[in-house]
Design a protein around this ligand. Structure first.
Ligand code: AP5
Ligand code: MG
Length: 213
């Protein structure tokens, strides 16, 4: 089963993708995580996209399609969760093409609906584990022991360079201009399922499970 999690910055895509990985053994493909990894490992591409990401703009279709193509070629039985990809109509067309070339198809597109007003609080309180990727929040999901990851015990807890109010404004604008048209595109294809992303994490997860049943 291959699915897309679609929603604005802070909608909870990464949080729900990690649950689906744990519960169903699916593979999370987050283009945001891949790009951040390219930055920390100092690749030429990583250096090229750093300023674009920090400003909250989208990197080019060519770069992210290349990253996804590489992963899909590796294949996997339980299916992929596309998290933060596709983000443009060009990327959506490329994904169709890549899946069909690999004899696979898209099962569902989960739209995570949230209000912009909730996003500032979610983004400004977020931190993640640099070692295992667990996602936390200062108020809604703090670590049990301050400074230590609950999941793996690492003390490498990080905040993202683009998690500030200025970049968030640009990220939201990019979402409405370039990514939200995908809602209509997938609705027309009959693939769209919408869930209320403002509920607590457990309820969102159970609504996603119901949408995939
Ligand atoms: P990316 O990393 O994809 O960031 P994003 O889309 O802005 O989304 P986020 O990761 O910020 O939010 P999320 O929905 O994953 O929320 P999370 O679960 O963490 O992309 C970053 C950048 O990379 C882009 O701006 C662009 O430059 C580039 N890029 C990436 N993909 C690209 C592409 N395809 N094309 C071009 N450029 C690309 O949750 C957020 C917080 O809320 C956490 O603290 C969490 O604990 C909390 N939370 C989650 N769910 C709930 C809930 N139900 N209730 C309360 N709190 C919650
Ligand atoms: Mg994310």
């Amino acid at each position: 089963m291959n699915i897309i999690l679609l929603g604005p910055p802070g909608a909870g895509k990464g949080t729900q993708a990690r649950r689906l990985v744990e519960e169903r053994g699916m593979v999370q493909l987050s283009t945001g995580d891949m790009l951040r990894e390219a930055r920390t490992s100092g690749t030429e591409m990583g250096q090229k996209v750093a300023a674009v990401m920090d400003a909250g703009q989208l990197v080019t279709d060519e770069i992210v399609i290349g990253l996804i193509e590489e992963k899909i070629r590796e294949g996997n039985a339980a299916g992929y969760i596309f998290d933060g990809f596709p983000r443009t109509l060009g990327q959506a067309d490329a994904l169709n093409e890549l899946l069909s070339r690999n004899g696979a198809q898209l099962e569902a597109v989960i739209e995570m609906r949230v209000d912009d007003s909730a996003l500032v609080a979610r983004i400004s309180g977020r931190f993640t584990c640099g070692s295992c990727g667990e996602v936390y929040h200062d108020d809604t999901k703090p670590t049990k022991v301050a400074g230590v990851c609950d999941a793996c015990g690492s003390t490498d807890l990080k905040r993202r360079a683009d998690d500030n109010e200025e970049s968030l404004k640009t990220r939201l604008m990019e979402y409405y201009k370039k990514t939200s048209p995908l809602i209509g595109y997938y609705y027309a294809r009959g693939d769209l399922r919408s869930v209320n992303g403002l509920q607590d994490v457990e309820k969102v997860a159970s609504d996603i499970a119901a949408a995939l049943a």
